[in-house]
Design a protein around this ligand. Structure first.
Ligand code: NAD
Length: 472
């Protein structure tokens, strides 16, 4: 089996130790992975520092051309990348194909965006010429989660390198292969060695070393709220800025005048996609009590049609990422949920993989763990509300605030809700928007801070320098 190794300064770099990459669809090994640590991180950061001097001096038009070529290479190899991703994560192949297409789109979008990213002139006075420059930060570190490895890589790295930074990426322990493949393809597409480096390894080793490295000028972290806080502390020691993209417990809020058929389709997809292991999963169904029975029945019927199997067989629902994650989901199904499980609630045995059945749990205590914590499985909880105020209270009643959706045909109600909901993104009569490449994304509260995606990411990876020239 081919080993997955770090990719530093344009070359594969072996580590003294390896660990196994486990296929969640079968429990078998997909091959060894280099267990990089402080040495590999230091080597990668130095390579990025060296590359940074010339990379940020390249004209934006040339950087744009190179990023577009990376997008071309990712599109050309879409099928190979999707297979690697599906094996690593267990996600259905068609979802992995969509992820590969979105990952390419990030490089194309930021390749185009950088061409039109300017500073400002400030009309201070006739004698003073004042202007701003948006300058790269230097070396950006990126610590990624395992649920959307290709998308997370591109959405962080494409704007960082587009704006003239050089990047060091620590992919999730469980899903290292597409990150290494992306770095190889970027080199092939013409990105100079050292602009984009990947260190494979374990979070507490390679991830911790990257967060603490004095040569890293910005850390972008995607993962759990607990680890995000640890990473932000390490960065604060040396006053390095951080972007935190953390967990969610996003509500789907359904009013009686909503198109229930359409809502059902989106509600089911938003919790089944990637087996519910999505930061923006719609994991709480808040429904007006007058349409509760009809809507919940529709969702149960939808869940009943779901096919389950290994990622490469491209069923509707793949396995969870690991045995540990499967156990975590099971621990939420406890005494408190007895009698409230309307469907699912079990871990089906499918070929040694880590599966969990689509699950609806009704009438949960809004203060209980299952209603408050991120489950990260295909599990949706249900609560009813009687009026707008109660809907808002329930929706805003967790420590997370990443996404929210409102289902209603009353346009005034929709806008009132959009203003009152605590969430980084609010959707009305839809959920998500394709890849959402163009839409600023990030959380309020414990879902994190800073923004990725869209034009705002260009600001995330640059800093403003103000220049004033006396013309007299
Ligand atoms: P995690 O926090 O366990 O790990 C995330 C990354 O941090 C991994 O690369 C891991 O190796 C690394 N890491 C672990 N310990 C570390 C340490 N001590 N120092 C530095 N790095 C360390 O999270 P996870 O279980 O891999 O991912 C699931 C979480 O990610 C969920 O909470 C999910 O909501 C969140 N997520 C958020 C977004 C978003 O955009 N908001 C997107 C995807 C996933």
């Amino acid at each position: 089996m081919v080993a997955t190794l770090s990719f530093i300064d344009g070359k594969s770099v072996a580590s003294a130790e390896v660990y196994d990459n486990i296929d969640p669809s079968s429990g078998r090994s997909l091959g060894p992975v280099g267990r990089g640590g402080a040495d590999e991180v230091d080597r990668a950061v130095r390579a990025a520092q060296r590359a940074s001097r010339s990379w940020c001096a390249i004209a934006p038009v040339d950087r744009a051309r190179l990023l577009t070529r990376v997008a071309d290479a990712l599109e050309r190899d879409q099928e190979r990348l999707a297979v690697l991703e599906s094996q690593d994560t267990g996600k259905p192949l068609s979802q992995a194909r969509a992820d590969a297409a979105i990952a390419a789109r990030y490089f194309r979008f930021y390749g185009h965006a950088i061409d039109t990213y300017y500073g400002q002139t400030i009309p201070l006075s006739k004698d003073l010429h004042a202007y701003t420059r948006r300058e790269p930060l230097g070396v950006t570190g990126h610590i990624l989660a395992w649920n959307y490895p290709m998308q997370l890589f591109s959405r962080a790295v494409a704007p960082a390198v587009a704006t003239g930074n050089c990047a060091v990426i620590k992919p999730a322990d469980e899903t290292p292969r597409t990150a290494v493949a992306f770095a190889e393809l970027a080199l092939e597409a013409g990105l100079p060695p050292g602009v984009l480096n990947v260190v494979t390894g374990i979070g507490a080793e390679a991830g911790a070393a990257l967060s603490a490295h004095p040569g890293v000028d910005h850390i972008g972290f995607v993962g759990s709220t607990t680890t995000g806080s640890v990473v932000a502390h390490a960065a604060a020691e040396r006053v390095a800025p951080v972007t935190l993209e953390l967990g969610g417990k996003s509500p789907q809020i359904v009013f009686p005048d909503a198109d229930l058929l359409r809502a059902t389709e989106f509600i089911a997809k938003a919790i089944l996609q990637n087996a519910g292991q999505t930061c923006s999963a719609g994991s709480r169904l808040l429904v007006h009590d007058s349409v509760h029975d009809e809507l919940v029945e529709r969702v149960i019927q939808c869940f009943g049609r779901v096919t389950i199997g290994p990622g490469l067989e491209d069923k509707d629902l793949g396995p969870l990422i690991s045995r540990k994650q499967q156990h975590r989901v099971e621990t939420f199904i406890d005494e408190n949920t007895k009698g409230r499980i309307l469907c699912g609630g079990t871990a089906p045995h499918v070929g040694g993989g880590c599966y969990f059945a689509p699950t609806v749990i009704d009438d949960v205590d809004p203060a209980s763990a299952i209603a408050q914590e991120e489950i990260f499985g295909p599990v949706i909880t249900v609560n009813t509300f009687r009026d707008e105020d109660e809907a808002i209270r329930l929706a805003n009643g967790t420590r997370y605030a990443l996404l929210a959706a409102v289902w209603t045909t009353d346009i005034s109600l929709a806008h009132r809700m959009a203003a009152d909901l605590q969430a980084g993104q609010v959707y009305v009569n839809t959920y998500g928007a394709g890849g959402g490449v163009e839409l600023p994304f990030g959380g309020f509260k414990k879902s994190g801070y800073g923004r990725e995606k869209g034009y705002e990411a260009l600001d995330t990876f640059t800093t403003t320098k103000t220049v004033v020239v006396d013309l007299t």
